[in-house]
Design a protein around this ligand. Structure first.
Ligand SMILES: NC(=O)C1=CN([C@@H]2O[C@H](COP(=O)(O)OP(=O)(O)OC[C@H]3O[C@@H](n4cnc5c(N)ncnc54)[C@H](OP(=O)(O)O)[C@@H]3O)[C@@H](O)[C@H]2O)C=CC1
Ligand SMILES: CC(=O)C(=O)O
Ligand SMILES: [Mg+2]
Length: 561
């Protein structure tokens, strides 16, 4: 008996059925004698390039992945910079918006609130159970900057896992895309006859938490070697479930931790260039965030660690960070605020609310401005010129996704700063020419981090993903620029080196995991400490390897199409 996966339709009833496979029909054709694999790859690439619309390219590549996984990943690896904007942001945003309309066959697991009480049963029906190593789990409640998309969030889990496979050589059969269907508050979808999810609004926090506890426990039982990546949960839930589960299971939140790591890394490289230009010490940087959600606060927490690495105390480090939300600068006397904003709320400002971003820049005089607000165009000419007035090399990162929600465009940022900007964006921008010189927009996207962080955590069997491991991934990425990339003032390495980068990050993550276990000051509670020891010691052989050997080992474990 072979398990086949079928999605549920509108009634939300059982959608994972163990059914006998019908006998396969005989092939309806055969390859011509002159068929050649390499030529077929060229043919597929030509077919892909013949499509005008990004969403058509996405559909084509989804079909190709299903028909010939090896060929898909071979092409993907050979054309990383061309493929990532299709299988990932920005096009994956359109794929999510239209998922219920372009859906052809299931890929991954849809688990709904109606499955409460039998989640384990469903997980146990997953084929390749023993091979499972990494799952990207979303509840669809905040997909990129597009809001609550319900089960239409599934392509984000699929897209991230495709990057794990292409970028870090995780075996395809070791990946499980999961979308939890806990209802949606998106009325347009609830009214859409083709919508694939439950036709109900989101369940209460209480019900969700009960479900999440069952889900995570069932995952750990069904897949003992699985690392879970939480993706695109709405902000309150992102923090709450990360805190709830990170000491019990190997889990990390990509939007909080992955984004924090990737932005710290780009900032470190940008700060070297900007400090070089102005001679200012790294500890004099002041960082202003537009957006104080899971991503904004996640990055702020990681930046805190940068200042601490420079020798500042936690309190001094906190002083360098300013957060702005939809009501303006966040400060204590403004009134009640969500828990996740409190830590960075300013105590040293007591004036009237500051809501205008240019005025806030005049007050803070930041050296770096990060956008994680989902507000397109929020970094307008006034804002960018204000940054340029205070800084020889202003660091400006519009990080919201997809690209149409970017806080500013690359060529505008170049124009309004006279080519001085140090720029990275969440979604890709093409290279731009400014006064005869080519400038490169860095892609400050967690896709540079999670493949390597995941691979390292999986290989050392870490039973917890610690803050220090996340920081190691960030510093590893920052150290990965080659000479040519440095000379070209790139803030992130070129994407065609993603495998090399992921292997290096994985090596640094494994090393840090081993140090953590040795460190008597290991910051986690005793249970997490015990589990980490168990996890890492299972691979104690890795300890005896030098860095170069460990890197070779990591590379040797990568799956190749
Ligand atoms: N580049 C990358 O790798 C990543 C990028 N992102 C992107 O970051 C964005 C935010 O994600 P996330 O933090 O989870 O989302 P949230 O919706 O939780 O956060 C958005 C934040 O922006 C604030 N905001 C909204 N409107 C305005 C406004 N007009 N002026 C100022 N602030 C405003 C909100 O304020 P309030 O709190 O008052 O509502 C909130 O703090 C998304 O576009 C996402 O795609 C996320 C992860 C990774
Ligand atoms: C990149 C990413 O994780 C996000 O935009 O949510
Ligand atoms: Mg995300």
């Amino acid at each position: 008996m072979t398990v086949i996966l079928t999605p549920y339709w509108s009634d939300g009833t059982q959608r994972l059925k163990a059914e006998p496979q019908p006998p396969q029909p005989p092939p309806r054709g055969h390859f011509p004698a002159a068929y050649d694999d390499a030529l077929h790859a060229a043919r597929c690439l030509a077919q892909l390039r013949s499509k005008d619309k990004p969403i058509e390219k996405y559909i084509y590549l989804s079909q190709l992945k299903h028909a010939n996984e090896n060929l898909f990943y071979r092409l993907c690896l050979a054309h990383m910079a061309e493929f990532t904007p299709i299988i990932y942001t920005p096009t994956v945003g359109d794929a999510c918006l239209q998922h219920s309309h372009i859906f052809r066959r299931p890929e991954g697991l849809y688990i709904s609130i109606k499955d409460k009480g039998k989640v384990g049963e469903i997980l146990n029906s997953w084929p390749h159970k023993s091979e499972a190593r990494i799952s990207v789990v979303t509840d669809g409640s905040r997909i990129l900057g597009l809001g609550d998309l319900g089960v239409n969030g599934m392509p984000i889990s699929i897209g991230k896992l495709s990057l794990y496979i292409a970028g870090a050589g995780i075996r395809p059969s070791s990946t499980i895309p999961i979308c939890l269907d806990l209802g949606t508050n998106n009325q347009e979808y609830l009214d859409d006859p083709l919508y694939l999810g439950l036709r109900q609004s989101r369940v209460s926090d209480e019900v969700m938490t009960e479900f999440m506890k069952e889900f995570m426990f069932a995952m750990s039982r069904a897949f003992p070697k699985l690392l879970v990546q939480f993706e695109d949960f709405s902000t309150e839930h992102a923090f709450y479930y990360l805190d709830s589960f990170r000491h019990r299971y190997p889990v990390f939140n990509d939007d909080v931790q992955g984004t924090g790591a990737v932005v710290l890394s780009g900032f470190l490289n940008a700060a070297k260039l900007s400090s070089g230009a102005s001679g200012q010490p790294l500890t004099s940087h002041r960082i202003l965030f537009l957006g104080a959600g899971s991503a904004g606060v996640g990055v702020a927490m990681q930046l805190l660690s940068f200042f601490k690495l420079q020798g500042l105390t936690q309190e001094e480090a906190r002083h360098h960070i300013y957060l702005v939300d939809s009501k303006g600068l966040i400060f204590d006397s403004r009134g009640p605020m969500a828990d996740h904003k409190k830590y960075f709320s300013r105590k040293d400002y007591n004036g009237p609310p500051l809501t205008n971003l240019t005025e806030i820049i005049e007050y803070v005089k930041p050296t770096a401005l990060f956008g994680l607000s989902t507000i397109k165009g929020a970094f307008n000419q006034d804002v960018i010129e204000a940054m340029a007035a205070h800084n020889a090399r202003p660091i400006i990162f519009p990080l919201s996704n997809p690209v149409r929600l970017s806080e500013c465009e690359f060529d505008d940022a170049l124009r309004w700063t006279n080519g001085r900007v140090l720029f990275a964006s969440g979604s890709p921008f093409p290279d731009a020419l400014w006064e005869g010189k080519v400038h490169y927009a860095g892609q400050g996207n967690n896709m540079y981090i999670f493949p390597g962080l995941g691979l390292g955590s999986i290989l050392c069997r870490a039973s917890a993903v610690t803050d220090a491991m996340v920081e190691a991934s960030s510093l590893g990425l920052a150290d990965s620029l080659d000479e040519d990339e440095r000379d070209s003032e790139l803030l992130y390495p070129r994407l065609n080196r993603i495998r090399e980068i992921s292997a290096y990050i994985a090596m640094r993550v494994i090393r840090k995991a081993q140090e953590e276990v040795r460190d008597p000051n290991y910051a986690y509670n005793i249970e997490a400490y015990r589990r980490a020891i168990q996890g890492v010691d299972r691979n104690s052989a890795l300890r005896s390897l030098g860095d170069a050997q460990l890197l070779t080992y990591v590379t040797s474990k990568m799956w190749n199409p």
